[in-house]
Design a protein around this ligand. Structure first.
Ligand code: OXD
Ligand code: MN
Length: 612
């Protein structure tokens, strides 16, 4: 049988088709260490994707879905132990331990490299080693951020093709500019001995997700799960990029970007940070319920924000696809995402299969199918007492398939950000929306952001943890330095261009236990209030934590909610906030000396305002 790699080598006639000497050398070194059967340079073409996905179907890794319902789409089912990011095994190996900070795992870089060298020795035996040139952000950006992922997983190649700009065009630009690239090495850690049959989802019980921030390199071992294996996303565009951003004076953030147009035709752009699986994709693709307002999407997970020529904050989405949490994404909650998914060209992971060759997950449709094959391959009916799709099952879909994608997504200059939202999942205490008094007080809000844990990371679900700027698992350096960097960006922004910062909470409960706010499309009312605050139109109450909507200032026209219920959603309970303070003190104590003095002052002032 002619393999893909054989053909490629025959076509090109040599195994390193690049004039980028550093890249050629790195590929050669990795091949010598990992000992794959073949080396294949990914060109990113449709034809190549067709071949690779056909190979994955033959291997049992992918199931081809009903071509009419989900054209060009596939479902994958992971090993049940490989379903989420592994934060315990994620390391920032800075030269000095201090520079990784208390939020990261750290190991001395040479010790880590010795360990990884041992694991990677022969790790790709019996497999093909794929070389994927990629760029995060625009290829024609002023300073394009290149990466090259080496992987032994075809699933990773097919997914990277959706999530990033990859292939020959990128390689040519990299060569033309002889640019720096982030070397990102990945192996599932499952070499095949001669004659050994493969499994549908090769992986290794031992997993390491490692970043070397000074070198700006990434090594990932043992997992095929997107957040651990698609190295352009969390590893590069957040962890390594946050370090680049610190050094170069910009911000790499776990944020969606959306464009909001008012009935008067005025455009605004909002960036919003929420922890994983807290509704970023739903907010990014929101259908406003208020008349005359329009939302367009720029991004749903990551924002790179730079200071523009006029002292404004400009954001781009460095990704090319959505890697969204499937459960809870449905025709009633997020029809725009569903329409994008329905266009096809998607890879689903750990969702359930319908009997007619489609996919299903909890919340996708109002009606539950009578029979499914669950993500573990078992028969499933509505009577089954377990979810059909894994709670962290995902859809991986090209962003270009979103009908409401803003044209500005394609602008390498990005968009000017007018408002920044920080949000978490909190049952109590945190009101629906609070406007920060100042940039630093907004940074304080972000720094103390808290949320209940979700299934996006391995570990217990539902525990309240502090998650600064929703970046806890993604800050690639010392968290105190990171907060300081945020605070210092203020001095580069012009007074009249300064984005306003808001804290939001869609998840507050009433005393009866239900949600205090309906969420989803109704969140447009909160966006409207925020914009009207920028325009000086909406009234607010000055509370110890910041400005919350004054009675009547939040537009609830047509909403089945009384003014009293709105008051419950927006209320600042001084006792609850007093009870919050010891937790914030404890959190800040963990930063030690690296906590910015300005944030200590913010906490002292908040404490004083709360009258303690
Ligand atoms: C994601 C995550 O996949 O945050 O976006 O886990
Ligand atoms: Mn995310």
């Amino acid at each position: 049988m002619t393999t893909i790699a054989d053909r490629q080598v025959q076509d090109s006639g040599h195994s390193a088709p690049t004039t980028h000497a550093k890249l050629a050398q790195w590929v050669e070194e990795v091949a010598a260490l990992t000992k794959p059967d073949r080396v294949y340079w990914v060109d990113g073409s449709q034809e190549e994707n067709d071949r690779l996905t056909a190979q994955l179907v033959e291997a049992g890794t992918l199931i081809k879905l009903n071509e009419e319902k989900f054209p060009g789409s596939f479902a994958a089912f992971s090993d049940p132990s490989d379903v989420a990011r592994v934060e315990e095994q994620t390391f920032i190996c800075s030269v000095n331990e201090r520079d990784a900070g208390f939020t990261n795992n750290w190991m001395e870089p040479n010790e880590m490299k010795a360990k990884l060298n041992g694991l990677f020795d022969g790790a790709m035996r019996g497999r093909t080693m794929y070389v994927i040139p990629f760029v995060m952000g625009h290829l024609d950006a002023e300073d394009p951020k290149f990466g090259v992922e080496i992987t032994d997983s075809e699933y990773v190649v097919a997914s990277m093709r959706i999530m990033a700009r990859i292939g020959t065009d990128v390689l040519r630009k990299l060569e033309e500019k002889q640019s720096f690239f982030v070397p990102a090495l990945h192996s599932v850690g499952a070499p095949l001995e001669a004659g050994q049959a493969d499994v549908p989802w090769p992986c290794n019980p031992e997993k390491w997700i490692v970043h070397f921030p000074e070198e700006r390199s990434i090594v990932s071992y043992g997992s095929g799960y997107g957040g651990n294996a698609l190295l352009g996303k969390k590893c590069f565009a957040l962890r390594i990029a946050s370090v680049m951003a610190r050094d170069e004076g910009w911000l790499a953030e776990h944020m969606l970007i959306l464009k909001l147009t008012s009935p008067e035709g005025k455009d605004y752009h909002v960036a919003a940070a929420f922890p994983s699986a807290c509704g970023k994709t739903n907010l990014a693709l929101l259908d406003p319920t208020i008349e005359g307002w329009k939302v367009e999407t720029l991004g749903d997970d990551i924002a790179w924000m730079r200071v523009g020529a006029n002292g404004e904050l400009r954001a781009v989405n460095p990704e090319a696809g959505l890697f969204g949490v499937a459960p809870g994404t449905g025709w009633s909650t997020n029809p725009n995402a569903m329409r994008a998914i329905e266009k096809g060209n998607s890879v689903f992971t750990n969702v359930a299969l319908t009997d007619d060759g489609g996919v299903w997950w909890e919340g996708m449709t109002d009606e539950t199918p009578a029979h499914l094959t669950d993500w573990l391959g078992n028969d499933w009916t509505p009577e089954s007492d377990r979810p059909a799709a894994h709670p962290n099952s995902r859809f991986c879909t090209p962003i270009a398939q979103i009908d409401m994608l803003s044209d500005e997504y394609n602008d390498p200059q990005g968009v000017k950000i007018d408002a920044i939202l920080f949000g978490g999942r909190r049952k109590t205490t945190v009101p629906l929306v609070t406007q920060a008094r100042s940039w630093t007080s907004g940074v304080f809000m972000g720094s103390t952001l808290s949320s209940e844990t979700t299934a996006a990371a391995a570990g217990q679900v539902g525990l309240v943890r502090r998650d600064p700027m929703a970046m806890l698992p993604f800050i690639g350096y010392d968290a105190g330095d990171y907060l300081n960097h945020w605070d210092s960006i203020r001095s580069h922004l012009a007074e009249d261009q300064l984005p306003q910062i808001f804290l939001v909470n869609w998840f507050r409960r009433t005393s009866e236990g239900g949600f205090a706010w309906p969420g989803f499309g109704e969140n447009s009312r909160v966006l409207k209030w925020a914009i009207e605050r920028l325009e000086g139109k909406a009234d607010a109450v000055d509370t110890p934590i910041g400005f919350v909507p004054a009675a009547g200032s939040l537009d609830i026209k047509g909403l089945d909610l009384s003014e009293d219920e709105v008051a419950e959603a927006t209320h600042v309970d001084v006792d609850e906030w007093r009870a919050e303070l010891p937790g914030i003190e404890e959190w800040f104590a963990r930063f030690g000396d690296s906590l910015p003095a300005s944030l200590r002052t913010e906490l002292d002032e908040l404490t004083a305002r709360l009258g303690r």
